[in-house]
Design a protein around this ligand. Sequence first.
Ligand code: FPP
Length: 252
Amino acid sequence: MSATSPGVSISSAVPEHVAVIMDGNGRWAGRRALPRHAGHKAGVKAARSAVETCAESGVKCLTLFAFSSENWRRPREEVGALMALFVEVLKRETEELHRNNIRLRFIGDRPSLGKRLAQRIAAAEALTADNTGLDLNVAMAYGGRWDIVEAARRAAERVAAGELSPADISEETIRGHLALGDCPDPDLLIRTGGEHRISNFLLWNLAYAEVFFTPTLWPDFSNADIDAAFSFYRERQRRFGRTAEQLEARSC
Ligand code: FPP
């Protein structure tokens, strides 16, 4: 059984939902005297391989942080190159993902991405909507604070429409309005690139995630790194606020 909500304690062999902050593309390129864009291109290959491995390992849901709300602050050329890369990747990979029964979903401030990319996203989501294999969520122009504000706004709209009373707003109300409201919370967060922070990713959903940091730069992220992350996960005792003694008593 997978540990996805408070009350469940023992890590299953494979996390049900894995979230990834893919960091280190720029440094990977810099070390090779290549432009940053080359690092992002190499990052796509690593993303492809991580998707394949997670699907084969029985992960049910994989959420990749491709572009944060704050990444708009990068130099205009880098942002332009990233947007063009996302369009190209969707064009090239969507059919293959579909053949592999993968369901694609994009989370983030979609209108800010521009018409061309938004159209590609809508087409990819429509094509793969009925697939039943891996759920692949790609966060673009996404921020955890943005997500919570959007959820609060939707709840407020329901209150204004008389559908909901303020006294009835609960954690479940807010969670239900989040971009990943219908997904279990991530069991495991992986961050590559050596930084130890969560950078405004899935702030609500990561409340009880196990967190694996690795110095590996994202383009170098391999199956061996995934194995290391999954081994780390298997060794965690997920307590969700309880004591170790309580958990031991429950497992007897
Ligand atoms: C962070 O590395 C990476 C990004 C901002 C872009 C991530 C994009 C990809 C991996 C490619 C696309 C993937 C999909 C799924 C479409 P960085 O540039 O911050 O690296 P640095 O910290 O070394 O500068």
